[in-house]
Design a protein around this ligand. Structure first.
Ligand code: UD1
Length: 415
């Protein structure tokens, strides 16, 4: 088991490039199952979740390689089952469901793994696919999906704009008969990126990234070439680390519009933020508390940025309040931050952060991906040495995190 060793208290200064989005590349890799031929994906982050997706693709009969941030997938699916071991590696493995069912008319899998952020049911995925003609049976925790008469277009109104369910329906609908309409669809930009890729492959999808998505089924899809959109959560993580260390950094390769709900939070904290083209400059001053941060579906403040921003606010002057509305168990980083000296009280969905003068290094453990990144943000700004264990959680979504922060002047290494 590896750890990150962080000697805190060094201002981050300099420039770094934000890579491709995990939450975009994973559904796009799954979508290659629907295609015939080769797809080339640029700006692909080298993270363990991408390797997990590649293992599923290989198991299904496809070939996949990842070199210098370019993934090449040759799709030739010859089976429809995903073994439990592969499903357990990450929650996004559920995205293979819509693609496999759409391509082969069958899919057998167990419930997915990934961050333990609460119950994370998949009822919206299952009910939507059933409305499209899928038949589902369950035996000893294994779900078997089939579409004996093929999938058909359907009018679906989601009870909640689930990101994964919206993606699964889009994937299932691409090769279905007729038109599928998704109302109350998730509007995350990663969904628009998935649709962009699929449309390049020959799909007919309109409205992705908006509340109503329409997919007209086509008979086949070919492979295509695509550049993965920038990771807005990694960008928010760098911004948080700049804030926690009193630093000033320039981020390149970002999409400023995707950060519309995040930038005002940093401005309220007292940071100076200036964007131009695909770059953003952030300079931290003395940090102030933020009145209220509510996590909600896009375009509101993202749940994935809650933990890293909380780590920055741990040392802001005054009281900050968070309300976590997406996941019921997303404050797992709080005990570790408290161990480092933060004053945070959690009651249900609400976390109240009383800013303290400084944090101190401690031995802590990552419990989930973004919570783990929050510990890195806190440790970079803390006094003394922090040792972070269970960093496999962090490696799921951050490419060589110690190198990125070292290049900005952070003292961080892996052991
Ligand atoms: C995706 C992101 C994750 C992000 C989340 C919310 C990927 C790979 N992961 O996860 O980083 O934190 O969106 O922005 O893109 N729900 C149900 N039933 C369902 C589906 C979801 O009750 O069938 C609930 C979940 O338990 C959760 C909420 O809806 O409380 C949001 O889930 P969802 O939007 O589906 O998130 P994911 O796709 O899992």
């Amino acid at each position: 088991m590896q750890s990150l060793i962080v000697d805190g208290g060094n201002r981050l200064v300099g420039e770094t490039r934000v890579g491709g989005a995990k939450n975009s590349v994973l559904p796009i890799l799954a979508s290659t199952v629907l295609t015939d031929g080769e797809s080339v994906l640029h700006n692909c982050p080298v993270i363990s979740d991408v390797y997990s997706a590649e293992r599923i693709l290989t198991h299904l009969g496809c070939s996949s390689s990842l070199e210098e941030n370019t993934a090449i997938v040759k799709s030739s699916v010859n089976r429809y089952d995903i073994p439990e071991k592969l499903m357990c590696e990450m929650r996004s493995s559920i995205i293979f469901l819509g693609a496999l069912l759409g391509k082969t008319g069958r899919c057998t899998l167990s419930l997915p793994g990934g961050c333990e952020l609460g119950a994370r049911p998949i009822d919206i995925h299952i009910n939507s696919l059933k409305k499209m003609g899928a038949v589902v049976t369950e035996k000893f925790g294994t779900l078997d999906f089939s579409a004996p008469k093929g999938l058909c277009g359907s009018k679906l109104i989601l009870p909640f704009p689930s990101v994964g369910a919206t993606e699964n329906i889009i994937l299932a609908a691409c090769l279905a008969n007729g038109e599928t309409q998704i109302k109350n669809a998730a509007r995350e930009p990663e969904i628009a990126d998935l649709a962009d890729f699929l449309n390049k492959c020959g799909a007919k999808i309109t409205g992705a990234g908006e509340g109503t998505v329409i997919i007209n089924g086509v008979s086949s899809l070919k492979g295509s070439e695509h550049t993965i959109m920038p990771d807005r959560i990694v960008a928010a993580t760098y911004m948080s680390a700049a804030a926690s260390t009193g630093g000033e950094i320039r981020l390149t390769g970002i999409c400023r519009n995707d950060l519309d709900s995040v930038v005002p939070v940093f401005e309220e904290m007292g940071c100076y933020v200036y964007s131009y083209g695909d770059s953003m400059f952030i300079k931290a001053n003395k940090l102030h508390s933020v009145k209220k941060i509510l996590t909600m579906p896009y375009p509101a403040f993202p749940t994935d940025a809650q933990a890293v921003v909380m780590a920055a606010l741990a040392c802001a002057e005054g009281t900050s309040v968070f309300v976590e509305n997406i996941f019921e168990n997303r404050y797992q980083h709080v005990p570790a931050l408290t161990k480092m000296g933060a004053d945070i009280k959690v009651e249900g969905k609400v976390a109240i952060v009383e800013g303290v003068k400084s944090l101190s290094g401690a031995n802590v453990y990552a419990t989930d991906l973004r919570g783990g990144a929050a510990l890195v943000v806190a440790a970079l700004g803390a006094e003394g040495r922090t040792v972070i264990g269970n960093i496999h959680h962090i490696d799921r979504g951050y490419e060589n995190i110690e190198k990125s922060f070292s290049l900005l002047g952070g003292k961080i290494s892996r052991k």
